[in-house]
Design a protein around this ligand. Structure first.
Ligand code: SF4
Length: 449
């Protein structure tokens, strides 16, 4: 047994460096969560995992997006970039997973054969297996997050049962599957114990939560339980659906100070012929009634929404109706997408008759309307003292967000702090001194206790 002396064992283990792997995440916050699950599984199998760093790693995994043309293009360009690295001998292995791979696996295998293997959105165990790792059940509910340590996304369900005619997501993510309340509370507790203060609840369709599992809409119940998790200061709601919107969510929001007075609810359009063609299951009047009802129940609420312009058959009148709706409703946050003609969706049988330049003009017109509304909303906050979550330091200033702002998509607050050193993840009170269309400036007042 001489060769197993401690020196030789030391030499042997010393020579086995944990394999370096780099994960690249494209697309939405749901893909970020999938990459975080993958990261923690690989780390549990002794891999040294980097996420989106410039550092080199011999093995690269690209978690792709396949939602619309622009996103698909970005995914394909990223794959080609690393395929070239592989051709140059600078990469040992290249793997591709996520929505684009789920949707176009056969084509991709033919078009870009440099990739060692392509995996779908539900094929984590097989990806791990291919890398010589084993899927660890015991890690369920545990994730090594790649967002800043003080906030994390919590994906409460996968897939979608809706049939919006422009949307390819159900093709890539399948039918709606809710996670159990217990597993979500366990995950939230795990995240809170690691310093997460803000939980951002995401899904393809948030308000559908529980209908499959509990035969009832159970988001308010889940919120009641998540609000008991120690350390979580903010809970934010994204991707609500307007049709049959359960107003008891607003009651839960008023009941719990942790739940931000913020609701993201993509509406896509307001003209009835377009809403019908989009299969949104809601009319213009019902949409307006819902917004008025929510604001009446909870005047403090800030609503983020998303619109889609250039859907087949959208007339100038339809677009003007949408512009008037945005002008009159004065949403707090608005995002605009241009319609992308996606094969396999119900909309694909329609004639993509709105020219690209018209789509672009309509999107720009809507954003221009929103820009002045956003400026007015922000100006109304000047002089107010607001609770701010510090995200980072940039130059001599601290940058944070109010409860009305989600990371990456909404406004930021730039804070002058004369003598007090602030930390990311810290909550402070700041007095708003200036406002622009999409940002605020403020002075540090005191720590939030
Ligand atoms: S709700 Fe509609 S737009 Fe959203 S993921 Fe489901 S089908 Fe797509």
């Amino acid at each position: 047994m001489h060769y197993l002396s401690s020196d030789t064992i030391h030499l042997r283990t010393k020579s086995i460096h944990p394999k370096k792997v780099k994960i690249i995440t494209l697309g939405c916050s749901k893909n970020i969560v999938d990459s975080e699950v993958l990261k923690s599984q690989l780390e549990a199998n002794q891999f040294n995992v980097q996420h989106e760093t410039d550092r080199h790693a011999p093995v690269v995994i690209i978690n792709t997006c396949g939602f619309i043309d622009l996103a698909k293009e970005e995914s394909i360009n990223t794959i080609l970039e690393y395929a070239d690295e592989k051709k140059q001998g600078r990469l040992e292995k290249l793997y591709v997973t996520g929505c684009l791979s789920q949707r176009y696996k056969d084509d991709l295998e033919q078009e870009i054969p440099e990739v060692d293997a392509y995996f779908g959105t539900m094929e984590l165990p097989s990806l791990l297996n291919t890398m010589g790792a084993t899927y660890r059940d015991e890690l369920l509910g545990e994730r090594s997050i790649v967002t800043p340590a003080h906030y994390a996304y919590l994906k409460i369900s996968e897939g979608c049962n809706r049939t919006c005619s422009f949307c390819a997501i159900p093709l890539m993510r399948g039918q709606h599957v809710s996670r159990t309340k217990e597993s979500l509370v366990k995950e939230a507790t795990h995240l809170a114990n690691r310093g997460v203060r803000e939980l951002i609840l995401i899904a393809q369709e948030l308000t559908y939560y529980g209908l499959d599992l509990y035969q009832r809409r159970a988001l308010p119940e889940l919120l009641d339980q998540l609000c008991q998790v120690k350390g979580i200061e903010w809970i934010r709601l994204h991707y609500a659906y307007p049709h049959k919107f359960p107003l008891d969510i607003i009651e839960a929001m008023k009941r719990h100070p942790q739940i931000c007075n913020y609701l993201d609810m993509p509406l896509q359009h307001i003209s009835d012929p377009v809403l019908k063609a989009m299969r949104r299951q809601i009319t213009s009047d019902e949409t307006k009634e819902l917004i008025a009802k929510i604001r009446d129940m909870h005047p403090e609420i800030r609503i983020r929404t998303t619109f889609l312009v250039g859907f087949p058959g959208e007339t100038q009148e339809d677009h003007e109706a949408l512009c008037r709706f945005v002008e009159e409703t004065k949403f707090d946050r608005v995002g605009v997408f241009e319609y992308s003609h996606e094969e396999g969706t119900r909309g694909y049988v329609l004639n993509d008759d709105v020219p690209a330049h018209v789509k672009k003009e309509r999107a720009e017109e809507l954003m221009a309307i929103q820009q002045s509304i956003s400026a007015a909303h922000n100006t109304s906050l000047v002089g107010r003292e607001l609770k701010i979550l510090i995200d980072r330091k940039e130059g001599g200033q601290y940058v944070g967000r109010t409860e009305y702002d989600s990371p990456e998509v909404d406004n930021e607050v730039w804070i002058e702090s004369t003598d007090k050193k602030l930390q990311p993840g810290e909550f402070v009170i700041a007095k708003i001194t200036q406002a622009s269309e999409y940002d605020l400036t403020g002075m540090f007042v005191k720590e939030w206790k």
